[in-house]
Design a protein around this ligand. Structure first.
Ligand SMILES: Cc1ncc(C[n+]2csc(CCOP(=O)(O)OP(=O)(O)O)c2C)c(N)n1
Ligand SMILES: [Mg+2]
Length: 552
């Protein structure tokens, strides 16, 4: 059999990770990659409306499947994808970003070609894209085999993007380098691991009460079973910050609710801040947004921090310790805590009558009632992510938000990726209309690629979250063009979708019922109040520093 070409090899190697779809936009420099993907028997080319949307879709796909493929063309394509790929780096989502560039012949001759600055320089953009990845490689026929192993190992160990570039003339040459074995998974240092486990167990033995904070990384690294085993072996309650929401199933009897420092429910506050020991399972990031403006105050001395590749106990760092090994070892050795209280969170209560206009207070209980086990909820930054923090999700339901990177438009692109990644589960996209305007053209591709999400778009005449954070809610920059949102699916080619525009609680409930029964995707435009903000909103964001007198 003849040797595969560089691009054929690279695509096939990524397909072996279980990636069966590639999001992107073609371009002449990337044709070799485009062709290798379209021709691969196990990989589908999923065209998107622009590269930013494609990068968000790839993020969503990777959050469900563990890794994804994104393909863009030199400079113009890859730079358009940058915000999404950088967001994936921030939030740990493993995107393999494949880019085609001008031929080495042109590069050696410093030809002035399209998608460049006209300076004959070809390196201008490579370092920019590489910054959005944790590892990158420029493939050649000779290095392709081992470089693919190197980038895969690094990307999977960090769950961050990899940037893979190839010149168009080398892309279609047969590989020449020797075969190499896949790199083994990164292992813990045995001595450090033992010392870290002993220290953590010593601390747990001395404690009477405790709590576990599972991090977003538990979901990104697919370690839900390992951490659930630790939760169950210890008998400890667990809580999550906004960024970590639903890292483990919220239907678990030991889940006690969301943690936001002093704004947490009293039982959660007490379990996290007043118990003897806290297991930070996966490296929770105590960000401004996820702590309601740094309202958290956990004594570092009682924290056992299990990061991706290190553990910290009593100020001492145990390095080169993988978190999976820590979870497994602690689950085997931890004592059963008997003096802890397990008080489940109460689901948010319905308010408002059927004929009343929809408000922030009436909206979220209706979402909660609508959600089913195993749903994948993709929630946008804005009033949505603030209010959605209070949802109590059913068994196995996942929740995805870009809490750290916070780039609006993300959710509309990402939900395409989650829906494609698992067509057996329902993706529920919840977004504000301002965010939706950034990436709404992707709706056409939801229809084209045959996925059936349920989409809720809150139409509240502007950037409500920003109005809420400003002293003057009427700055003109928070206004928007008044789109007729519920007509978008039909205009974008999704003629058979169920669509509705609702103003009252009763209308929303009826539309939800129809969406549930429909055999198609659904798109529901919810008319909300221009100055109606969720209660928790005033607690977050940059203004929070002033409110609490905390110096930033
Ligand atoms: C790419 C990007 N641009 C701007 C912002 C600033 N920003 C944060 S939230 C927001 C408004 C969101 O409005 P909308 O989606 O309508 O949600 P609402 O709060 O009205 O429900 C803006 C502009 C951002 N986070 N990301
Ligand atoms: Mg809005």
């Amino acid at each position: 059999m003849s040797q595969p070409t560089v691009v054929e090899y690279a695509v096939d190697r990524l397909a072996k990770l279980g990636i069966t779809d590639c999001f992107g936009i073609p371009g002449d420099y990337a044709f070799p990659f485009n062709n290798a993907i379209a021709a691969h028997e196990k990989v589908q080319w999923l065209g998107c409306s622009n590269e930013l949307n494609a990068s968000y879709a790839a993020d969503g796909y990777a959050r469900i499947r563990g890794a994804s493929m994104l393909c863009t063309t030199y400079a113009v394509g890859e730079l358009s994808a940058l915000c999404g790929v950088m967001g994936a780096k921030a939030e740990r989502s493993t995107i393999f970003h494949l880019v085609g560039m001008s031929s080495m012949r042109h590069q050696h001759l410093h030809k002035v070609v399209h998608h460049t600055l006209g300076d004959g320089v070809f390196q201008n953009f490579i370092n920019i894209s590489a910054q959005a990845a944790c590892v990158h490689a420029i493939l050649t026929p000779d290095n392709c085999v081992y470089e693919m192993e190197r980038v895969i190992a690094a990307a999977m160990a960090n769950r961050q993007p990899a940037y893979i570039l190839v010149a168009e003339d080398l892309a279609t040459r047969p590989i020449t380098g020797p075969a190499v074995d896949p790199y083994p998974e990164v292992k813990s240092d045995a001595d450090e691991l033992k010392a870290a486990v002993d220290a953590a167990i010593g601390k747990l033995e001395a404690a009477k009460t405790g709590c576990i904070l599972p991090a977003y990384t538990v979901s990104r690294f697919g370690l839900q079973a390992e951490v659930t085993a630790l939760v169950e072996a210890s008998g400890l309650p667990f809580a999550t910050t906004a960024m970590d929401k639903a890292a483990l199933s919220e239907a678990h009897p030991q889940y006690i609710g969301g943690y936001a420092g002093k704004f947490s429910a009293p039982n959660v506050f007490s379990a996290v801040e007043e118990s003897d020991v806290v297991i930070n399972a996966g490296g929770v990031l105590f960000t401004d947004i996820s702590t309601a403006g740094f309202a958290d105050n956990i004594d570092p001395a009682k924290m056992i921090t299990i990061g991706i590749d290190y553990t910290q106990v009593d100020g001492r760092i145990y390095s080169n310790v993988r978190m999976r090994d820590m979870f497994v070892e602690l689950a085997k050795k931890v004592k059963k805590f008997t003096e802890v209280k397990l008080q489940r969170p109460t689901p948010i209560k319905r308010v408002g009558g059927a004929d009343d206009l929809i408000t922030q207070e009436s909206l979220f209980p209706l979402y909660q009632q609508f959600l089913k086990p195993n749903d994948i909820v993709v929630a946008e930054t804005g009033t949505t992510s603030t209010g959605a923090g209070g949802l109590l999700l059913p068994e196995g339901a996942e929740y995805h938000n870009q809490t750290l990177w916070g780039s609006i438009g993300w959710a509309t692109g990402t939900a395409l990726g989650t829906a494609v990644a698992d067509r057996s589960r329902r993706t529920v996209l919840i977004t504000g209309e301002g965010s939706h305007q950034l990436t709404a053209n992707e709706i056409g591709n939801y229809g084209r690629h045959g996925v059936k999400p349920v989409i809720f778009v809150l139409h509240n005449e502007g950037y409500a979250v920003e109005r809420a954070l400003e002293e003057n809610p009427d700055w003109s920059y928070n206004d928007l063009a008044p789109w007729d949102y519920h007509t978008l699916p039909a205009a974008l080619g999704c003629k058979d979708w169920f669509t509705a525009k609702v103003r009252t609680n009763g209308e929303l409930e009826a539309a939800m019922q129809k969406a549930e029964e429909a055999d198609t995707a659904a798109y529901i435009e919810i008319v909300g109040g221009k100055y109606d903000y969720p209660a928790g909103l005033k607690l977050v964001g940059s203004r929070g520093y002033e409110m609490y007198g905390i110096d930033s």
